[in-house]
Design a protein around this ligand. Structure first.
Ligand SMILES: Cc1cc2nc3c(=O)[nH]c(=O)nc-3n(C[C@H](O)[C@H](O)[C@H](O)COP(=O)(O)OP(=O)(O)OC[C@H]3O[C@@H](n4cnc5c(N)ncnc54)[C@H](O)[C@@H]3O)c2cc1C
Length: 479
């Protein structure tokens, strides 16, 4: 770890970095350091709020090319100092926090859109591109990435690759890992490597997929080629209010197992329907709100829509029609921002997980039981956002309106809820996380999730990053 008190070494490294990537790309001012010590993880937000800011980086570098990144890695390896990649700082797991100080490698100057291939329908871009900017550039050429996460305006492409992120239309277009053709990566020892140009092959194991989700622990992704899509002829929505979550889940799972191809399905449990759907859409009746949408050529959309409605009607829900579906789509990002989103002094966490249809309801009930029985001060709400042929994702949340004012006490309470809720998910067929990643928040549970297979991940990390400079302390790899 780079010692703040060791001025001799600090100035040596500072000078080398300036020489390597240019003076304008190395910063040490307090405001920048403060900005790079907080992401969207509730715990650092809390400590900032209580005037105890967590560990900042000592130096922020903003490389402009993959070669710049490689130079930074070589310097960091030489001095054995931590390098933590930083995209938009919108991650919720503390992944971008430089908890051992050192270099925060901010990717935002790696922001060029390099090529749109209209024959293959792909786009190649640098990973520091802001996701909204990338979508606008794609739309300008007449296409779409179809990646619409709620943080589209504040996160980078690299952040989504690093966390296996997902957007609202994932049910048809996939999570980010399904969209990737190939990546360019700078290894911890400063080599620039490329994975194979196509995502389907029988030419050995898939390195692209190994790096996706590695959260900056195996290197820095610098460039990516993604699939893009024509703008669909039409996109239509429909919504129903079911008597309860179980009947809504029966309809949602049948929609998927009958192999219809909705672009989106979202199902809210009754408490979230009462809390958020009521506020945003004004539906003031008890029940479980389910919305779905299809896109593509209009005849196909109408046919799939009619089939999907038939499936839902078997459960006798209230038909809310197309307008209540369209309104949900028009407001889809609102749910995640003030005044609808939870915020300080409230404590809250998104306990997202994924399981098969056979297990997902058990996961929901087990998590809810453990949270409400052990933490009566917490509210538990959830919705099911991203659907697969075999199961779906649960976006569960706990909210505490009045957490302890002492930050250590509040953090201990927060961690205990995570420990119990995620273990309840794992005990019932769920996993640690579906699209927000592991980061600092959940690393301690990785050995439990993987069993002895976690040793394989640790060995890969050791071979790729022998000095453990890349994002130490994250994903359960230790420091
Ligand atoms: C309001 C809000 C809504 C959100 N909605 C969604 C959503 O709908 N879907 C979703 O998936 N997420 C969502 N998130 C979470 C967050 O936006 C994602 O996790 C996103 O992927 C983080 O991207 P970032 O650029 O901000 O990454 P950061 O937070 O800066 O970094 C995240 C991790 O990625 C690593 N990293 C960053 N860039 C690189 C790189 N180029 N190479 C290697 N490692 C890298 C960092 O070291 C860190 O470990 C939301 C967050 C907020 C605040």
């Amino acid at each position: 770890m780079l010692l703040q008190t060791d001025n001799y070494h600090f100035e040596m490294i500072h000078s080398e970095l300036k020489w390597a990537v240019g003076e304008d790309n190395v910063r040490t001012d307090d405001a920048d350091k403060l900005g790079h010590s907080i992401d969207y993880y509730w715990v650092p937000e809390l400590w900032h709020d209580r005037n105890c800011p967590p560990q900042p980086p000592q130096i922020i570098v903003t490389p402009e090319t993959a070669q710049d990144v490689a130079k930074v890695m070589k310097i960091a390896n030489n001095y054995k100092i931590p390098v933590t990649p930083w995209g938009g700082g919108s991650g919720s797991q503390g992944g971008a926090l430089p908890i051992y100080g050192g270099i925060s490698l901010d990717t935002k100057k790696l922001n060029k859109v390099l090529e749109i291939d209209e024959k293959s329908l792909t786009i190649t871009a640098e990973t520091g591109c802001n996701m909204q900017q990338l979508e606008w550039a794609t739309e300008k050429a007449g296409y779409s990435t179809m990646h619409f996460p709620a943080s589209i305006a504040c996160a980078t492409l690299g952040g989504f690759l690093a966390h296996r992120g997902t957007g609202v239309l994932s049910t048809k277009y996939g999570k980010i890992e399904d969209m990737v053709m190939s990546i360019e990566m700078v290894t911890p020892e400063g080599e620039v490597i490329n994975t194979l140009p196509v995502p389907r092959h029988a030419s050995g194991p898939d390195l692209t997929q190994m790096f996706l989700g590695s959260e900056g622990t195996l290197g820095v992704m610098t460039k990516v080629t993604l699939k893009i899509h024509p703008i669909p002829e039409c996109r239509k929505f429909h919504a129903f209010l079911f008597k309860n979550m179980t009947s809504a889940m029966a309809a949602g799972s049948e929609l998927m197992t009958s192999r219809l191809r909705p672009a989106v399905i979202r199902l809210y449990d009754t408490p979230e329907t009462a809390k958020l759907i009521k506020k945003v859409l004004g539906i003031d009746r008890e029940g479980s709100y389910l919305v779905f949408g299809f896109d593509g050529p209009e005849e196909m959309v109408d046919l799939e829509m009619a089939r999907a409605c038939e499936i839902c009607r078997k459960q006798n829900p209230e038909d809310l029609g197309t307008e209540m579906g369209q309104t949900w789509w028009d407001n889809r990002y609102k749910f995640f921002y003030p005044p609808y989103m939870f915020h300080m002094p409230q404590a809250f966490g998104t306990l997202d997980t994924v399981a098969t249809f056979a297990n997902i309801e058990n996961v929901y009930w087990a998590m809810k039981k453990v949270v409400t029985e052990n933490f009566p001060q917490a509210t538990f709400i959830g919705h099911f956002s991203h659907w697969y042929e075999w199961g779906c994702m649960l976006y569960a949340r706990f909210i505490i309106d009045d957490p302890p004012s002492d930050p250590a006490e509040a953090t201990a309470l927060y961690n205990k809820i995570w420990d119990m809720a995620i273990r309840a998910a794992m005990d019932n067929g769920g996993v640690i996380n579906e699209h927000h990643g592991v980061g600092l928040k959940l690393g301690r549970m990785m050995p439990e999730l993987y069993g002895n297979a976690f040793d394989i991940l640790k060995r890969i990390k050791k071979i790729m990053d022998p000095n453990n400079i890349m994002n130490p302390g994250k994903m359960g790899f230790g420091n």
